[in-house]
Write a protein that binds this ligand. Structure first.
Ligand code: COA
Ligand code: MG
Length: 307
């Protein structure tokens, strides 16, 4: 299932106010959180709040997601059973935090299959795996191929830094002391996006924690987009416009993709393998890239006036 996920807004599941507000915002996906955004004493109460949000609110075209607690906590099994039994087909995907091995994804997959069979659900609920520990990053290849329910891999930055015992200054995440030496997130981000794309999943980047720093957010979005990421988490409403903008192909990108696709059709018709466009080579690989841009633009409805 291909869904639009430029921006994924994390909304604490314990806050009715933020849930109502979140559902009015322009995020492609809203993730109601039961994990780290919710205090221990509110874990149980937050479940009923998110069940109500799934059942009673109009989500429009937004992807309807929630994040369960980790599989090593006493909360996770009820987060799955209670919420899915009650919100049923109003859920699109479940985000599993701190996935460390393929069996973690397969456990949730089997449990969901049982619930779906028991309730006679017509829809299959999808999964998103958050990669945010050393072990998860080590096993990311097996995780990416663990279940046909998987739709995305998500990079979880603060927990990843903690798991690797990285020194943290300030926000512990994107933008945090990365100018001083090699960009500390480059390797894990590349490793995760490679596994995601090999398994034909979307890759979503971690949020930018310093949410009042617009220039930092923009740079962080651009770096992720350059590595092949499809979108980024947001933790604050003010981050959505920048994220949506960066992960939307520009009209120049769309125009160029269309020219490349057309040039390649012409070269194929003439029996050649490659051609030149503005002094640069166009071959089958450029065409695959152009197709990705074209497909994203089509899904965003940006093609009409250009075709
Ligand atoms: N989802 C929905 N609404 C949000 C929101 C979010 N993630 N973050 C802030 N808002 C709302 C606020 O409630 C406020 O609403 P109001 O104008 O109706 O009062 C408005 O947006 C402006 O918020 P602001 O006052 O600037 O921020 P804050 O100080 O209230 O909150 C945070 C800052 C970081 C605590 C808050 O953004 C937050 O909790 N984010 C989510 C954190 C999270 O999900 N963490 C786990 C995943 S990494
Ligand atoms: Mg985390």
């Amino acid at each position: 299932m291909i869904r639009l996920r430029r921006s994924v807004l994390s909304v604490p599941g314990s806050s009715d106010k933020m849930i109502s507000k979140g559902l009015e915002l322009s995020a492609d996906e809203i993730m109601l959180d039961l994990e780290d955004g919710v205090a221990l004493e509110e874990k149980e109460g937050a479940r009923s709040k998110i069940i109500r949000a799934f059942k009673d609110h109009d989500w429009g075209d937004r992807v309807r997601a929630y994040r369960i607690n980790g599989l090593d906590t006493p909360f996770a099994y009820r987060d799955i059973i209670d919420v899915v039994e009650q919100a049923r087909e109003s859920i699109d995907v479940i985000v599993i935090p701190k996935v460390e091995k393929a069996a973690d994804v397969q456990f949730v997959d089997s449990l969901l299959s049982q619930i779906e069979m028991n309730l006679g659900l017509k829809k299959t609920i999808g999964l998103e795996a958050s990669i945010e520990t050393a072990l998860g990053m080590l096993n990311v290849k097996e995780i990416a191929f663990a279940s046909p329910r998987l739709e995305t891999l998500v990079f979880g930055i603060a927990d990843y830094g903690a798991s690797l015992t990285m020194p943290s200054s300030g926000v512990s995440g994107h933008g945090d002391a990365e100018e001083n030496f090699i960009h500390r997130w480059h390797f894990p981000m590349s490793r995760m996006v490679m596994a995601a794309k090999a398994a034909r999943l979307a890759a979503i980047d971690a949020p930018y924690g310093d949410f009042r720093n617009e220039a930092g957010l923009e740079k962080s979005c651009q770096q992720a987009a350059l590595l092949g990421y499809d979108g980024k988490w947001a933790i604050h409403p003010a981050q959505l416009d920048t994220i949506n903008e960066t992960f939307t192909p520009s009209s120049e990108d769309i125009r160029r993709a269309q020219i490349i696709l057309k040039a390649y059709e012409d070269v194929k018709a003439s029996g050649e393998g490659a051609t030149a466009l503005d002094g640069k080579m166009v071959d089958a690989a450029s065409v695959r890239l152009a197709r990705v841009t074209y497909e994203q633009a089509r899904r965003l409805g940006l093609l009409e006036e250009k075709e």
